[in-house]
Design a binder for this molecule. Structure first.
Ligand code: BGP
Length: 471
């Protein structure tokens, strides 16, 4: 007891009792076993089949970190490095090979076993339902473009609540729902890989509706837990305080943050965004009663993924009437001189951004209960940092995490209702186009040696932080 008090006193950054320490991951990126035990194809399996060279070194989603086979070992390792919680996703196409219909018993056995193992080990499961992995059978009818997919999602969600809800008390409908919109319909990095703003808006709208409907279902079923959504928030910073730059930055914020944050937390769409959609003729098809469902079924809990800010300036060139519509018709990106970069991923590192998001949530979103559900640093060629004892000396990751945690701590001291920090990610895993190029984990994975795991220096460091509840 005395030791604990002494240790606590020495901590400069002490976090509240009950803070969630852990990491996050997704099914497609970790499980492997993409075509066995009855799993149906999802868009990633399909895309890899038709265009393997799109993926770094042509490594596909079946060659991921083999969590399907090694989850017991992994969960034990999570505990060893201080996790009290871990976010995973359920693979929709493993549960429902055709997206709907009959549930796959082997998938149910697998997720039951994973959840049981976590609970027995003392790691709280945070379970997300959709992490970019549309079942191919539903993509064939348009995926999120088609309203039938909303109903299929509601059915899939209800099945998961019913089967696993006795042990899972934290649910999430979607991870980063804007990413499939951006990647699939605007900027060419997700399937179906087209540029069509009208469809993009419809996809976004259906995703939001599906989230509200799943939340309604959860509450109608009287489930005993909380349900939320995970959003990637990119604070929008103007180049200057000139009205034109400020306006551009506010519009970027509407497109990329408030578009999903407002309906999820406040139950309404941002009026400035709606005005643009109306002017440009991009309002989505809606059915009577939808807006009430969205309004009445907001989240209990908000997961915040933070990687980088968005720097914005006013548009400098006239609009080209022949160019396809993109949000960038309303603003330009600004490469701020001297900004700190993660050169491997090409993303800016701006630690204070995490604090700005938390303060915005506190001040403008009713200080809703939230946590950092992803934050992390992908680095290429980490093997060069492996020492003679076999440990990767990833001091840069320790610095990255601690610098962000300092800002989270400051937000807490100023009243933010933030309850946890989950790193992206537990172990190196497969990324949507970069495959295994950039490594993010606390634990390295050797793809040449049966996906052998070794804890990196950051994992050992995190264990101390989590066990002391600070640093
Ligand atoms: C987030 C996703 C994760 C993960 C992470 C890192 O947007 O939720 O699935 O991939 O980003 O990004 P990347 O893998 O593209 O480097």
């Amino acid at each position: 007891m005395k030791l604990k008090e002494e240790t606590t006193e020495k901590l400069q950054y002490h976090f509240p009792e009950g803070f969630w320490w852990g990491s996050s991951a997704s099914a497609t990126q970790t499980e492997g076993a993409a075509d066995i035990d009855g799993k149906g194809k999802n868009i990633w399996d399909h895309w890899y089949e038709i265009e393997p060279n799109r993926f770094f070194n042509a490594v596909g989603p079946q060659d991921t970190s083999q969590f399907y086979y090694k989850y017991k070992e992994d969960i034990k390792l999570m505990k060893e490095i201080g996790h009290n919680s871990f976010r995973l996703s359920i693979s929709w196409s493993r549960m429902f090979p055709k997206g709907k219909g009959e549930v796959n018993k082997k998938a149910v056995d697998f997720y039951n076993s994973v959840i049981d193992e976590m609970v027995e080990t003392g790691i709280e499961p945070f379970v997300n339902l959709y992490h970019f992995d549309m079942p191919m059978a539903l993509q064939d009818i348009g995926g999120w473009e088609n309203r039938d997919t909303v109903d299929a999602f509601e059915g899939y969600a209800a099945t998961c609540f019913q089967l696993f809800g006795d042990r899972v008390a934290k649910w999430f409908t979607h991870n980063e729902p804007i990413v499939p919109v951006e990647g699939g319909y605007l900027y060419n990095f997700h399937y179906p890989n087209i540029v069509d703003f009208k469809k993009a808006v419809q996809v976004g709208y259906h995703t939001i509706l599906s989230s509200a409907k799943a939340i309604k279902k959860y509450r109608d079923m009287n489930m005993d837990g909380k349900i939320g959504i995970i959003l990637n928030l990119t604070p929008s910073y103007p180049r200057s305080q000139n009205p034109a730059d400020l306006k551009a930055s506010k519009i970027a914020d509407a497109f990329f943050n408030r578009s999903f944050l407002d309906p999820s937390v406040k139950g309404e769409f941002p009026s400035d965004l709606v005005a643009i959609l109306k002017t440009e003729g991009f309002m989505p098809a809606m059915a009577a009663g939808d807006l009430d469902i969205i309004q009445q079924n907001t989240v209990d809990l908000l997961g915040i993924n933070y990687y980088q800010p968005r720097r914005v300036k006013a548009k400098e060139h006239a609009r080209n009437p022949d160019a396809p519509f993109l949000p960038e018709l309303y603003f330009d990106h600004y490469e701020m001189p001297g900004r700190k970069m993660n050169v491997h991923r090409g993303w800016e590192i701006y630690e204070k951004g995490i604090y700005d998001i938390l303060m915005n949530v506190k001040e403008n979103y009713g200080n809703i209960e939230c946590f950092i559900s992803e934050n992390g640093m992908g680095v290429e060629g980490e093997e060069r940092f492996r020492d003679e004892n076999g440990m990767i000396q990833d001091d840069y990751r320790i610095e990255f995490i601690s610098e962000h945690l300092k800002w989270v701590h400051k937000a807490i001291s100023e009243g933010s209702n933030v309850w946890g920090y989950h790193l992206w990610t537990f172990m190196d895993n497969w990324s949507w186009s970069n495959a295994y190029k950039n490594r993010y984990g606390f634990v390295s994975v050797n793809l040449e040696k049966d996906a052998e795991r070794t804890v990196k220096k950051s994992g050992h460091w995190f264990k101390k932080v989590a066990n002391m509840n600070g640093f």
